[in-house]
Each structure stands twice: as C-alpha cells, then as structure tokens.
Design a protein around this ligand. Structure first.
Ligand code: GDP
Length: 489
C-alpha cells in the first residue's frame, strides 16, 4: 500500500470564499511546515497539538502567497487514519493552485480521485459500503437520497450485513466443529435449528433485496415519462410540479433523445421526467405522440404520467396512447377538473381494461386467452393505476399525486429514518448471490444432504455478503469504485 504523502485541492475548482488544500500521509505535517509561517515566525506545526487550528501565512521561498488557517490532525483520529493537514486559504482558483504547486515541489504527490477515502478504507476506518456512501452523499439529488446515504455512511447497511455474516459464520463454525469432533459436538436435531435460522436469514435478505427498486429510485429519482394528447395540460402540470419547490436541477434539451428531460423534486422525491412533447410536432395526431419513441421511453420508465383533459371525451388518440403505456405503473392525471368534466375515473379504467383485454386476447399464450374478463382486468388495473383529479389552472391535486407516488413506490411512506434502502447496484448483486446460496442450503436441507453441503453454501453466502463491506473484493473493484470519486475526496 502507498504511504507516501498526497495532496489535492478539496474544494471546487472555482472562485469561492474559502478553498481547502488537503494533505495526508506520514510527512503531511513536515511538508506543511516547509511552507507555513506563523505570525511571529516562531511556531512550527510539528510542535502543535493534534486537532488544532493555526493562523499564519503560506510562502513560496521568500514570496508571500496567502494568509491562511491551517488545521493539524494527527493520526490515527483522522479521515484517512494518517496525519492530515488542511490549509484553509482564500478560495481563488489561482491561489489554491499556487499552494498545491508549492506542496508538490516540496515532495507531496498529487492525490488520485478518491484517494483520501480509499486510504480511509484501506486503513480500516470505514468499510467499502461506507466509502460508497461518501460519494452518494456528494452526489445526492434529493432529500431522501441524502438521508439514505447518510444512514449508509452511519453504518445501517454495514451493521445489517455484519449481523447476517456473524449468524452465518456461527453456523459454519458449528457444522465444521461437529464434523471435526463428532464425539463432543453433536449434530443431532441440528437440521431443524438450521432450517429456522436459514428462514430468518432468507427473510432479511429478501427484505433488503425488495428495497433495491425503491432504493434505486430514492437515489437516482423516479424515471418518469409524461404523455397525453396536445392541450391536455402536460406543460402546465409539469410547471406546477417544478414550481412546487422551484427546484429544476437540470434542464437538458435532449438532442439525442428528441425530448425534454428535467430533474425535479416534489416534496423531497426526485423525478427524472421525460416530456415527450418534443417528439410530437407533426400533423398526424398519432404521430404527434411519436409512437416508437414514446414506446421506447415508456418501456424504460418507472412511472408513466398520463395527462387527460377531463373536459373532452376520450378518442382514438387516447386509445393509442393507452396501448403504448399498458403494463406500466401509471398515474393518470384527470386534468382540468375545474371545467365541466365529461369523463371520470371509471371511463379511464374501462378504456385501459379494454386495451388490456384485447392485448390478452391477441396474446399467443393459450392459458391467458379469454381467461381475463374485463372486470378482472379492471380489478388488476386498480393496483397498478392511480387516477387523480387535478387542475393545473387552480393548483389542485399535487398533494394527492405525491401520496400516490409514495403508495406506488415506497409502500405508502418514505421512512428513510427506519428503513434500510439498498441503493447500490454492487450491493444488490452481492445480496442476490448470498440469497441464492442460502436457497441452496434450504434445498440441501430438504434433500437431507450431508452437513458439509450446508457448510459450502453458507460459506458462499458469507463471502458474497463480505463483498458489500469490501472484504473479498479484488483490487480492480476497489480501483473502479474510488476512480469515480472526485479528486480531493
Ligand atoms: P399540453 O399541450 O398538454 O402541454 O397543454 P398545456 O399545458 O400547454 O395546456 C393547454 C391549455 O390548457 C392551456 O391554455 C392551459 O392554460 C390550459 N390548461 C391546462 N391545465 C388546465 C386546467 O387544469 N384547467 C383549465 N381550465 N385549463 C387548463
């Protein structure tokens, strides 16, 4: 492992109030001392107490560079568990680079992306899931994403995984001791006990895996496609949603996608909204919806927002839209409720069910053919579809919309305070692996296989879970994870 002294600008590379140049390593304090001058010139950083801050100046030989505050933190109670010095200088790009430059000349090495956090990991201060949480905190796009990441950094994921591993390890040790020393450790009645333990472990793994979809949406936002006929009120509703918290995060005119993509937040929930408005500017109504593209977007969406003008009857274009979006999670916004409404919830459900019925009848699957009556389909639809009356004009229905999203995606509540959300794809894969191995144990138990079979699969589950913490992962994985960090973190 590298123990050389690294340096990087830890704050943004733009002009700002304060800039921080961060140094970590065995000679961090010595390096800082080379360029630091106290007010009276008599104080040296090597003599100061740990975790203290000092006023002074940075010099490049004889030349005064900046007036600074210097924080000295001695190992091991530091971010990297090495000696760290942070120089709080003025936040000008030039001045930060001058200080960086002097330190590089003094013998520091420029840190790689994420190298400070990587050292924290390699020196055992944090496990890999916590290191990943650090990056997620920096990139959090919504309130809930931030909460989930902070909780991950605090250890909720690690603690749960460690507990599972400890339970699994206990069983492995028991089986191995019994096999080694059958005279003193008996396996009599053990299978029943193991079965109960396995059920418990399976339940927890399942719960964690079930949280992955919500977790992904908590972290990255809900991929939403907004559809509807022209003039239904899509733009008005979108503006209303955006206006709720005046929180347009990005606004990218998608040149490659021919659609508008906006990231918005509604009461802390992130949405990545693709407004298909951009793909329907032709004469033909159906083409206006940009059939193929909308279908494509809809296919990859977590949620469809279907905006219907409730003051106009449904027509062929609505049926075409419904055809494109059937099978997805849909929130229908029955807009313009301030006008005389000529369609209601039942009409929408009927129209949707009809489309589903036809799809079902056209289906090649013999078992499905004719088996779903319209009423049955309406019933099924009710679980996947929420219909909400809105008026973009009078700002009505946004709260109901928010509640519907919570019910559809987060089991009614986004209780990041109590729940563990798995937001990381790498963790999900490791959990899947562990779950499969645990299932193998169940199968072996049912088939009355010899005990060493259980032990092998339990060990595989133990190893898989270890990947989340960063044990049992190769250097390449570590490199890849920290390579995504910013320099200075
Ligand atoms: P889009 O083509 O689907 O994006 O529809 P717009 O948002 O541009 O709205 C079309 C027209 O309907 C505009 O004149 C809006 O002011 C009007 N509109 C939108 N929502 C409502 C509503 O809830 N009530 C009423 N009365 N008019 C609305």
């Amino acid at each position: 492992m590298n123990t050389d002294t690294i340096v990087a600008i830890a704050t943004a590379a733009s002009d700002s109030g304060i800039g921080i140049v961060r140094i970590s390593g065995d000679t961090a304090i010595k390096m800082a001392d080379k360029i630091y001058h106290s007010k009276n010139g008599k104080k040296h950083l090597r003599d100061v107490n740990s975790h203290t801050i000092h006023y002074g100046f940075i010099y490049d030989k004889e030349e005064l560079i900046d007036e600074v505050m210097v924080v000295v933190m001695k190992a091991p109670n530091t971010y990297t568990r090495e000696d760290i010095v942070e120089i709080d200088c003025h936040g000008g790009v030039l001045v930060m680079h001058r200080i960086l430059d002097i330190l590089l000349r003094a013998g520091c090495r420029l840190a790689q992306p994420g190298e400070f956090t990587k050292r924290a990991f390699l020196n055992g201060r944090i496990d890999l899931s916590k290191a990943e949480a650090v990056m997620d905190i920096i990139h959090s796009k919504s309130e809930f994403a931030l909460k989930a990441s902070v909780r991950q950094l605090h250890g909720v994921v690690s603690d749960q995984v460690k507990k599972l591993r400890a339970d699994i390890l206990y069983e492995i040790a028991f089986i191995e001791s019994a096999l080694d020393d059958p005279e003193h450790v008996s396996l009599e009645g053990y299978c029943d006990k193991l079965q109960n333990k396995i059920k418990e472990i399976q339940k927890i793994l399942k719960r964690l895996l079930d949280s992955c979809d919500s977790g992904k949406m908590v972290r990255d936002g809900i991929n939403t496609v907004i559809v509807g006929k022209p003039n239904a009120g899509k733009s008005s509703l979108l503006n209303l949603l955006v206006g709720e918290e005046r929180a347009i995060v990005t606004h990218i005119a998608g040149t490659t996608r021919d659609a508008l993509e906006e990231s918005i937040k509604v009461h802390g929930i992130g949405f990545n909204i693709i407004d298909t408005a951009g793909v329907r500017d032709t004469e033909d109504e159906v083409e206006k919806i940009g059939v193929a593209k909308t279908k494509d977007y809809a296919q990859n969406a977590d949620l469809i927002l279907y905006v219907v003008d409730a003051s106009r009857a449904l027509d062929e274009n609505d049926r075409n839209i419904i055809d494109l979006i059937a099978d997805k999670k849909i929130i229908v916004l029955l807009n313009k409720m301030d006008l005389d409404m000529v369609i209601c919830e039942e009409d929408i459900l009927r129209a949707m069910s009809k489309e589903m019925c036809q799809n079902s009848i056209q289906s090649q699957d013999e078992t499905k053919k004719g088996s779903n009556t319209e009423d049955e389909i309406i019933q099924q639809q009710k679980d996947k579809i929420r219909i909400i009356r809105t008026s973009a004009k009078e700002n009505v229905g946004i709260d109901a919309f928010e509640q519907a999203v919570k019910e559809m995606f987060f089991g009614g509540e986004i209780a990041v305070n109590d729940e563990i959300y798995i937001t990381n794809q790498r963790h999900k894969e490791a959990l899947c692996e562990a779950y499969e191995s645990i299932q193998m144990v169940t199968r072996s138990l049912m088939d009355h296989m010899p005990e060493d079979f259980y032990s092998i699969d339990l060990t595989n589950a133990y190893i898989a879970l270890g990947k989340i913490l960063g044990e049992e992962v190769g250097d390449d994985v570590v490199e890849e994870i920290f390579g995504k960090f910013c320099v200075g973190k």
